[in-house]
Design a protein around this ligand. Structure first.
Ligand SMILES: Cc1cc2nc3c(=O)[nH]c(=O)nc-3n(C[C@H](O)[C@H](O)[C@H](O)COP(=O)(O)OP(=O)(O)OC[C@H]3O[C@@H](n4cnc5c(N)ncnc54)[C@H](O)[C@@H]3O)c2cc1C
Length: 262
């Protein structure tokens, strides 16, 4: 049985988890507690983050939206700032799991967990976000490194995620009907720098689809996205869908996201 402690500062939380390889931060518990129930994880200590005031959303200089690590999916979906300035991210958060999961689950917990089918990783990649911990800032492009693996060090606590404003952004998700996770999810963002396309559910970790980005930079249209062939050899197959099926879904979902932006 794990000890339970409500941390009173981010320093204390980080020190407790860094000092014990089997201690874990507890955010919304929507991934950690099911994995404990299934016997896939057996932490010695749960360090609850709910009192650390990491649940604020704010806009800086009309250029950047900051979302605290403990912001619940429901809160992100309902935020007027997120709806107006990052519409794709508001859509993404609104479609996670079910009402209970959205009420409890947090953005920090989701990206730290880095489930291959989680939705936020595609959003962070598509938006060119930055993950902020106590001691450094990590670009989303460098954050997701493998299956359930991120660039975080042991005991490194995510405090917030920052996003450049992206009014022309959209999200399309093909749900795995039993779990409601993404069988494949595609996030598209068009700004003055170009086009970014984040994909989740298709590979061991979320990735950017550079072929789609290049095609859409040359011709911003659903047809241009649909014309891109995705190499299935690097994608996952499981009982819910083959690699070839996932490869076919990626350009189609991307095309639908582009159509939703136009
Ligand atoms: C039925 C069901 C359906 C779901 N459907 C979806 C879906 O459609 N799409 C989707 O994306 N997700 C889905 N989820 C997962 C859900 O979004 C989780 O909330 C999320 O993956 C984990 O967030 P959490 O706050 O619950 O984290 P927890 O479960 O509390 O923690 C997860 C991991 O992250 C670590 N952690 C937590 N916070 C931090 C932090 N601030 N810094 C560093 N490490 C931290 C914890 O130590 C733990 O290892 C679903 C879950 C369930 C149970």
């Amino acid at each position: 049985m794990a000890d339970y402690l409500r941390a009173t500062s981010t320093e204390q939380a980080g020190q407790l988890v860094a000092a014990d390889a089997d201690a874990r931060f507890l955010a919304g518990g929507q991934s950690l507690l099911p994995s404990m129930r299934l016997g896939l994880s057996a932490p010695t200590q749960l360090v609850d983050l709910q009192d650390l005031r990491l649940d604020r959303i704010w806009v800086e200089n009309e250029a950047t939206v900051h979302i605290g690590a403990m912001c619940r999916h429901e809160q992100v979906a309902a935020s007027r700032d997120v709806q107006g300035l990052l519409p794709g991210l508001a859509m993404l958060a609104a479609q996670i799991g079910d009402r209970q999961v959205r009420r409890m689950g947090t953005i920090g917990g989701s990206i730290a967990n880095a489930d291959p089918a989680a939705c936020y990783p595609a959003g962070l990649l598509g938006l060119g976000a930055t993950v902020h911990t106590k001691r450094r800032a990590i670009a989303a492009d460098d954050f997701f490194v493998g299956i359930y693996t991120t660039a975080l060090d042991p005991g490194e606590l995510i405090e917030r995620v920052s996003f450049p404003i992206a009014r022309l952004s959209s999200w399309q998700k093909f749900k795995q009907p039993a779990s409601r996770f993404s069988l494949v999810g595609v996030f598209v963002n068009r700004d003055s720098q170009g086009v970014r396309v984040g994909v989740t559910g298709a590979a061991p970790c979320a990735f950017r689809a550079h072929a789609l980005e290049a095609a859409l930079a040359a011709d911003w249209s659903p047809a241009a996205a649909r014309a891109v062939k995705i190499d299935a050899s690097m994608l996952m197959s499981d009982l819910h869908g083959s690699a070839e099926y996932r490869a076919a879904l990626i350009p189609e979902l991307c095309a639908r996201a582009v159509a939703a932006i136009q």
